[in-house]
Design a protein around this ligand. Structure first.
Ligand SMILES: *Cc1c(COP(=O)(O)O)cnc(C)c1O
Length: 353
């Protein structure tokens, strides 16, 4: 997609909801990036459901990185990851009629769980489309959150295509993992909390998968002060978001990373339109560097993270010159690791130390 066809950032407050505009038989979302005002509103919206998470100084990491390092502990949230911030904000803004029709998405991971949980809170039906053979533990978790699980196809692309079809045929509200202003405004509350707790923060490190969180961080940080550096970190084993940011267009990339939260094949238009305008730096790290960051978090900060949850720290460890001498916030975005993933991470970390 050419750069000038990207959704544009507006300075006026956006409509609370993207409009559907029919265009040559295709339904196209006209999307507007959320503003800081939307993030403040999201903060009020999610407050009854989610606790504020701690921003904690880490003496061990500060010493290791020769910086004042603070960890933003979003793994403390219910469901063990930050995504509920977005899911709850989105569901809170749907009409009763939309909730009654139902909400559909395709994800076994933290996104699917966040939507399922938000649907339960707001009395909407949640349909989650998964490929046959999806991890039964995750299927059980989705069902226990009240979601109706629909199996289709042999892989995620087939499941997603079926999800699109059902949304069109049945009129369900399709929830995209990243091209959703309300999700971005919701997850951006994380950065708002960081800056409220530490107004003199100089750099913020974020993991990047679909890009909503990093885009939300840019909106909040850059509106408050252009001097706050925002750095995104992605696995080089799933570099679709990085390639879009670098080249200004969708580039499909393989995903072989173990960090499921980062495993997206492409970058998405709405977060990328924000990232390309505001993001200061983008760091790619190897999966083994992410595994080592999981080990460092355990040893230096007594903190459990899943792969995606340790990626931001892995980026700071990879590029220490970006943090040296600064006051930095590093996000721990989630802790939903399996035991085998954790054992493998500890093994790699010990082998390198
Ligand atoms: C989804 C997810 C990410 C990536 O966030 P995006 O907003 O998709 O870029 C990072 N960490 C965890 C734990 C996640 O679940």
């Amino acid at each position: 997609m050419p750069k000038d066809a990207l959704p544009r950032l507006r300075l006026t407050p956006p409509d609370p909801f993207p409009k559907l505009v029919p265009q040559s038989n295709i339904q196209v979302y006209i999307m507007q990036a959320p503003t800081l005002r939307d993030v403040y509103e999201a903060k009020k919206t999610i407050a009854p459901y989610l606790p504020r998470t701690p921003l904690q100084h880490s003496p061990g990491l500060s010493k290791r990185l020769d910086a004042q390092v603070y960890l933003k502990h979003d793994e403390h949230l219910p469901l063990g990851a930050f995504k509920a911030r977005g899911g709850i904000n989105l569901l809170a803004h749907l009409s009763q009629e939309e909730r009654d029709r139902g909400v559909i998405t395709a994800s076994t991971g933290n996104h699917g769980q966040s939507i399922a949980q938000a649907c339960r809170i707001f009395g909407a039906r949640a349909y989650i489309v998964l490929p046959r053979g999806a991890n039964p533990l995750k299927v059980a978790a989705l069902r226990s959150l009240g979601a109706e699980v629909i199996f289709h196809g042999d892989n995620f692309d087939e499941a997603r295509a079926h999800c699109d079809r059902l949304a069109k045929e049945e009129g369900y509200r399709f929830v995209h993992p990243a091209n959703e202003p309300l999700l971005i405004a919701g997850v951006a509350t994380q950065t708002l909390e960081v800056i409220e707790d530490m107004p003199d923060v100089e750099a913020i490190f974020m993991p990047l998968g679909g890009g909503s969180t990093a885009a939300g961080a840019c909106i909040v940080a850059k509106t408050i002060s252009p001097d706050i550096q925002v750095v995104a970190v992605q696995s080089e084993e799933a570099p679709g978001g990085y390639l879009y940011w670098e080249q200004g267009k969708e580039v499909e990339a393989p995903t072989t990373t173990f960090a499921e939260g980062l495993a997206t094949r492409v970058g998405y238009d709405l977060p990328q339109s924000i990232l390309r305008q505001h993001l200061d730096d983008f760091v790619l790290v190897s999966d083994d560097e992410i595994r080592c960051a999981i080990g460092v978090l355990i040893e230096e900060a007594h903190t459990l993270a899943e792969g995606a949850g340790a990626a931001a720290l892995a980026g700071a460890l990879r590029r220490p010159e970006l943090v040296k001498g600064k006051k930095v916030s590093i996000t721990v975005s989630g802790a939903n690791t399996t035991l085998p993933q954790l054992l493998e991470a500890v093994k790699v970390y010990q082998g390198r130390n």
